[in-house]
Design a binder for this molecule. Structure first.
Ligand code: FAD
Length: 389
């Protein structure tokens, strides 16, 4: 057993970067391999709920997070046609801190990615872009990684943070191809000045009609508005899972909805409307195979209906870092402890994200609609920084 295991991370998204920062806190330098030619994140917003904020604060990102956004002051559900309040929940720092010990913030994904990079302060050659992992060969002595660019690399331990289409999962775990969930999502960020009359109280608002949903919240201190629109579909179609779409298609889909919804959609830049065919995979019974483990969407490919996929990846990363901090060079014990602490919660929240989708999009959904976060108090209280490992 080596003094300090060499750790490779596949995927430098939110999960992979947070894992690298958490491992750094445990005294380990992980090497990251990212398929994209450049580091970065899609232009979209992210709800960072208290269970994740607490971790990011603990990893030293507290000032950066506070600079990105204030605690979300209120959340609500609005009628899809009239815009009247169906439900309204005051939040804000006081309420969150009293209830959960940490706040919810709405942040831009790219800003969080930048803050994680600043916390990591990567060494030279710690991050390799344009490295798409293709093969994973394990032996008693270590792991050999093969990339589509023809390069290879060696490591003692591999952490698959490579998202729903995880090559690590496909290589080593009993899995099946991703399955279309029956929902598509459009995401965009619009300039506030292009949708000036939109009422941003509540801060996070969701509008639901049977089979459709529209959510919006301001980012970057109100200078931009993030929006996500979702609808049911019989099939994913032939198109790639993620693609740009014509804004007029979204307008057609939400014709007759409240004026604020229409104003926001009309403000989407022509080249800034992104469409996702939402996919998922089955839960796994194990996330560890020898020297390899999975983290984030690679382990539990969350649907976005709870708005907690990134938060769950951040939780995984924090616990993984603590396990390596505790078990040091004994990577076997560290991976076992990580799985023991995380598998049940990860799979349970993953299942809950699917049932939340059924609740949101079922018949009569608009009548029973509640603001985001409703009924999730138990999830918000989880403390990855102190949970038993
Ligand atoms: C419409 C929508 C809205 C959402 N809203 C929220 C929200 O508000 N809050 C929230 O917490 N979550 C939200 N989510 C979920 C969240 O985006 C994901 O759960 C989260 O990004 C998972 O992080 P990850 O790091 O595990 O995976 P990813 O973000 O998918 O990152 C994987 C990384 O691995 C790289 N990669 C992939 N394959 C390879 C390979 N073979 N080799 C090397 N690199 C590879 C990718 O390029 C990427 O950088 C939303 C999702 C959607 C679709």
């Amino acid at each position: 057993m080596t003094d300090k295991p060499t750790i490779a991370i596949a995927g430098a998204g939110i999960g992979g970067l947070t894992a690298a920062v958490a491992l750094k806190k445990a005294g380990l330098t992980a090497t990251l391999y990212e398929q994209a030619p450049e580091l970065g994140e899609v232009g979209a917003g992210l709800t960072i709920t208290p269970n994740a904020t607490r971790i990011l604060d603990g990893l030293g990102l507290d000032a950066a997070m506070a600079a990105m956004a204030d605690a979300t002051p209120h959340v609500g559900a609005l009628d899809w046609k009239t815009g009247e309040r169906v439900e309204y929940t005051p939040r804000g720092a006081d309420v969150y801190l009293k209830a959960y010990g940490a706040v919810t913030r709405h942040v831009h994904r790219a800003d969080l990615h930048d803050a994680l990079m600043a916390a990591l302060q990567p060494r030279a050659n710690q991050i390799h872009t344009a490295h798409q992992l293709q093969t994973v060969k394990q032996s008693a002595g270590g792991i050999e990684l093969g990339f589509t660019n023809g390069q290879t690399a060696q490591c003692d331990v591999l952490i698959g943070c490579d998202g729903i289409k995880s090559a690590v999962r496909d290589a080593l775990f009993p899995t099946e191809p991703p399955r279309f969930t029956g929902y598509v999502a459009w995401r965009a960020v619009v300039e506030r000045k292009h949708a000036p009359r939109v009422n941003l109280d509540p801060h996070f608002a969701s509008y639901v009609a049977d089979g459709k949903m529209f959510g919006r919240y301001p980012l970057r201190h109100g200078n931009v508005i993030n929006c996500v629109a979702m609808a049911k579909r019989d099939s994913a179609g032939d198109e790639s899972w993620t693609a740009r779409d014509d804004v007029n298609n979204v307008l057609k889909e939400f014709e007759g909805w409240h004026r604020d919804v229409i104003d926001i959609i009309k403000a989407i830049p022509a080249d800034g409307c992104f469409r996702w065919s939402l996919h998922t995979r089955k839960a796994l019974d194990s996330w560890v195979d020898g020297r390899v483990t999975l983290l984030g969407d690679a382990a539990h490919p969350m649907t976005p209906f709870l708005g907690m996929g990134a938060a769950l990846a951040i939780e995984d990363a924090a616990v993984l870092g603590r396990c390596f901090g505790k078990y040091g060079p004994d990577w076997d014990a560290a991976l076992a402890a990580y799985q023991a602490a995380r598998l049940e919660r990860g799979n349970a929240i993953f299942a809950r994200s699917i049932s939340q989708g059924e609740r949101l999009f079922g018949t009569g959904a608009s009548k029973h609609h509640r603001s985001p976060g409703f009924g999730l108090d138990d999830l918000y209280r989880y403390d990855a920084l102190s949970v038993d490992i």
